[in-house]
Design a protein around this ligand. Structure first.
Ligand code: PEP
Ligand code: MG
Length: 574
């Protein structure tokens, strides 16, 4: 039977294919018992899962090299100790043998039992051990449910329906010719959604009914622009699908003609247009679209979806390839922007935190792991021998942080030169403006930086106290909130006054409809994912800067989002 399920469009494009449903692994919450004759096989399953978890930890440990081995190795050792703890193992065996509980439910009971012991200890050290216990239990649980064919799911020609999806997994699945992804949770600002757009993979997020209403093998139609999932589509839907596909193709052919056109407004002002790009294909696409360079290379993608940590040489090769790929145009390499929210998918062994977005993230994490930061900065400096490199630091809130990273960068550059290692003559140094504190005080640290990049994805979340990944906050997280516009206006004014180059690399810059808004507020450089470059160029070429400047005071007086929408509608109507 046909059903239309609504979600939020996260990566545009249409797809027609069969469903592959992946239900999440959750610790069994309801009591689950087993028959007496199943006890042996349940114990066997548990032993195999614990062994697999131990092997994974050992594998991670072996891959660590140099200074990192010490920094991260101690977490892994602790996890092995927990896994081998006789009390944990005996408790689990008893629960299965005597209590006749499933291995799944025994894991939950034993976790809760140990957690209450830890909690009762009046000591912070033991309370933080709770995170480690959860990491270990989670690892055994995942191993318990791993199917033999996991990791090699043939998803060619299929549409994945899942609770959520990690960024690195998405990249892997798209290589297997996955057609589209629909998730129950998530938001268009999540890193997975950003990757999906880079991969041109249609994606719908926040589709709350997807898991309960779709079965393996159902025919599906996904509309990534409208945020729509149609299960068992009718002939009308298919006709509509074909007509829309044809329109998309026509528009694509029109945009192709803009590849060599200048990014110039109607009144003759040249605007900078850069790309957010990391993967080889994205870099090639950015160059082919005539971008001015890479405005954002997110290095965290090198660290995610793997159990180990890339060393300096591996990073150097990746950065050098990007620099060579841009053929002399500048590449902006951002230092690691990871936090506890993505801890599980990297080899960094980060601690769980109650508020990862407000915790040890971005530059804070880098400064707390100086060896990790130094390896990254050295790799970037070495890549600068092959073309212009700009080093960008995320999540700064204070002048002291900028000074600390800059001092390390300068010292490392001096050391490399002394050692005869080739590096570029000048490596530009800049910071992300993505925390309100950094936005309000830009004028106070312009002397320390060569450029700045505005991360609207985070700036909006921190300014409006609305989680960028929270599916239920879609209306509250709003880039056109008057507070956002006024703050951006202030940021661009401070940069202009100081003569500081500044670009926006948050997703707002990639929204062709919002181009007049950003130009009116004073932006002159955009950085967008490669798939949006031509649309944004088209919108810039249609704009008249003089006319927009005359209308900015009306924009800044808007008191609500509807007023901003009306302003945009008037401007877009001419
Ligand atoms: C941003 O916050 O706008 C940004 C570009 O960085 P990220 O999306 O990687 O947090
Ligand atoms: Mg950010």
């Amino acid at each position: 039977m046909r059903r239309a399920l609504a979600g939020v469009g996260a990566s545009k494009g249409l797809a027609l294919g069969r469903a592959r449903v992946r239900h999440p692994h959750v610790l069994t919450l309801s009591e689950e018992t087993i028959a007496a004759e199943a006890v042996d096989s349940e114990l066997h399953k548990l032993d195999a899962a614990m062994q697999a978890a131990r092997d994974e930890l050992g594998g991670l440990r072996n891959k660590l090299q140099g200074a990192l081995a010490q920094e991260i190795g101690e977490f892994l050792d602790l996890h092995v100790l927990i896994l081998d703890d006789p009390e944990l193992r005996a408790g689990l065996r008893d629960l299965i043998q005597i209590g006749r509980y499933s291995a799944d439910y025994a894991l939950k009971l034993q976790r809760d039992r140990l957690a209450s012991v830890f909690r009762a200890m009046d000591n912070d050290y033991f309370r933080t051990r709770l995170d480690d216990l959860d990491h270990v239990i989670g690892r055994v649980h995942a191993a318990l449910h791993r199917r033999d064919d996991d990791g090699q799911l043939g998803l060619a020609g299929e549409i994945l329906i899942a609770d959520d999806i990690a960024p690195a997994e998405l990249a892997e699945l798209s290589r297997q010719q996955l057609l589209a992804v629909v998730t129950r949770t998530g938001s268009p600002l999540s890193h997975s959604a950003i990757i999906a757009r880079g991969l041109h993979l249609p994606m719908v997020v926040g589709c709350s009914d997807a898991l309960s209403h779709v079965n393996d093998g159902d025919a599906l139609l996904v509309d990534g622009r409208e945020g729509l999932l149609i299960v068992e589509p009718h002939a009308d839907d298919l006709a509509h699908y074909r007509a829309t596909q044809a329109k998309i193709e026509k528009k694509r052919a029109q945009l192709e003609r803009l590849k060599r056109a200048p990014t110039r407004t109607q009144d003759g002002v040249d605007i900078g247009l850069y790309a957010n790009a990391e993967r080889r294909e994205e870099i090639a696409e950015a160059l082919a679209a005539g971008c001015d360079g890479v405005g954002l290379y997110r290095t965290e993608f090198l660290f995610m979806g793997r159990p180990d940590v890339p060393d300096e040489d591996e990073q150097f090769r990746a950065y050098r390839d990007a620099v060579l790929g841009m053929a002399g145009k500048p590449v902006t390499l951002r230092t690691l922007d990871l936090g506890a929210d993505k801890a599980d998918s990297s080899g960094l062994a980060l601690r769980n935190e109650p508020n990862p977005a407000l915790g040890l993230r971005g530059v804070r994490l880098s400064l707390s792991r100086p060896m990790l930061l130094d390896a990254q900065l050295r790799a970037m400096l070495r890549a600068s021998a092959f073309g212009p490199v700009r080093v960008l630091v995320p999540m700064v809130t204070a002048r002291e942080e900028i000074e600390a990273v800059k001092a390390r960068l300068l010292a490392l550059a001096a050391r490399l030169r002394d050692d005869g290692v080739p590096i570029g003559e000048h490596v530009a140094f800049g910071v992300m403006v993505e925390v309100p504190a950094a936005a309000l005080t830009l004028a106070d640290y312009v002397d320390l930086v060569d450029f700045a990049a505005v991360g609207t994805n985070d700036l909006v979340q921190y300014l409006l106290a609305a989680d960028r990944t929270h599916e239920a906050l879609d209306g509250l997280y709003c880039e056109r909130h008057p507070a956002v516009l006024r703050l951006l206006h202030l940021v661009f004014a401070q940069a202009r006054e100081a003569g500081l180059p500044i670009h926006v690399c948050g997703e707002l810059a990639a929204s062709a409809r919002d181009v007049p808004l950003l130009l009116a507020l004073g932006l002159r450089d955009f950085s967008v994912h490669p798939g949006a470059v031509l649309e944004v160029r088209e919108a810039i070429r249609a704009a008249s800067l003089g006319r927009l400047k005359r209308r900015v005071s009306a924009l800044l007086k808007c008191r609500e989002r509807a007023g901003v929408d009306r302003w945009l509608a008037r401007v877009n109507a001419g």
